[in-house]
Write a protein that binds this ligand. Structure first.
Ligand SMILES: C[S@@+](CC[C@H](N)C(=O)[O-])C[C@H]1O[C@@H](n2cnc3c(N)ncnc32)[C@H](O)[C@@H]1O
Length: 271
């Protein structure tokens, strides 16, 4: 069963402001593709593209890029974001892709496949990929860490408190571990040429408010916000205050390094 979230306009616009997509991972995907064929490549399809931050990064490498998402609010933001001439967007569920069989050079899903009906999505991926085409699924764990001078340990104690407070609001569709969802999908992929990587740490400098904004885009925070808006806002404010104290600064615009732990898998459909 697929799960429909991320549909609200505010949530979609927060996505555009705060979510980051790793350019470094896009390069890894392209290098994997180039191992077997030099490019240039034809069609890339990004499923669960959200507001398109990752989709547009594919544009330089492909003749055409198609971003697909079930949420009209997210697609509206994708068009506001930035739309290179070879990128188009369409509303579509991951389980029924609007693409003919054997047409796709690269099928990506960035921080989205855990929401899909995974079996149906993998069957669709196999249908639309051309022989030799690649599938790339990536995501990251929620437990992002912060670094700031010698206050790192204190900051991460506060971050853990934040994540613990959000745990009761985790969607049951996700089970207890997002990594397990992806290792299970990886195990079920029958392609012999495939690789798993769990240790890709990405560092980004953001403002403290940017970090809080990022956590607020997580589905569990959004659930809490719906169920108990006052408590969700109190929690964010409490965490902000505690982090400011730990950093010994007064402005929430102060910069901090956020460490995001990515994991991903790549697979090539046999020729
Ligand atoms: C966490 S967001 C990721 C967005 C973007 N790929 C990124 O990296 O920021 C997940 C996206 O998947 C979409 N989504 C969830 N279930 C879907 C489904 N069954 N079919 C297509 N899109 C889906 C949501 O609407 C949302 O935009």
């Amino acid at each position: 069963m697929a799960v429909r979230l991320f549909e609200g306009k505010d949530h979609a616009s927060a996505y555009l402001n705060y979510r980051v997509t790793p350019l470094e991972l896009i390069s890894t995907i392209i290098s994997y593709m180039e191992k077997k064929s030099p490019g240039p490549f034809g069609l890339a399809v990004d499923v669960g593209c959200g507001s398109g931050q990752g989709t547009v990064l594919l544009a330089p490498y492909f003749t055409k890029v198609l971003g697909l998402d079930v949420s009209p609010a997210q697609l509206e933001m994708a068009l506001v974001n930035c739309c290179p001439p070879n990128v188009t967007y369409k509303q579509s569920p991951a389980e029924q892709l609007p693409v003919d069989a054997g047409q796709v050079d690269l099928l990506t899903s960035m921080t989205a496949a855990h929401w899909f009906d995974r079996q149906k999505f993998l069957l669709e991926a196999d249908r639309v990929l051309r022989p030799g085409g690649c599938l790339a699924l990536l995501s990251y764990t929620m437990d992002m860490e912060l670094e700031h001078g010698n206050t790192t340990e204190a900051l991460n104690d506060v971050c853990k408190e934040f994540y613990t407070a959000l745990l009761p609001y985790r969607n049951p569709h996700l089970g207890s571990s997002s990594v397990k969802i992806y290792t299970d999908m990886f195990a079920s992929c029958p392609y012999p040429d495939k690789e798993w990587n769990e240790c890709f740490r990405l560092r980004r400098t953001v403002s403290l408010n940017g970090y809080i904004g990022m956590v607020e885009t997580f589905s569990n925070y959004q659930v809490m916000l719906k169920k108990d808006p006052a408590e969700a806002q109190r929690l964010s404010q409490h965490i902000r205050t505690r982090l400011l104290e730990a950093m010994k600064v007064s402005s929430p615009d102060s910069e901090v390094t956020v460490v995001v732990k990515y994991f991903y898998w790549l697979a090539r459909k046999p020729l």
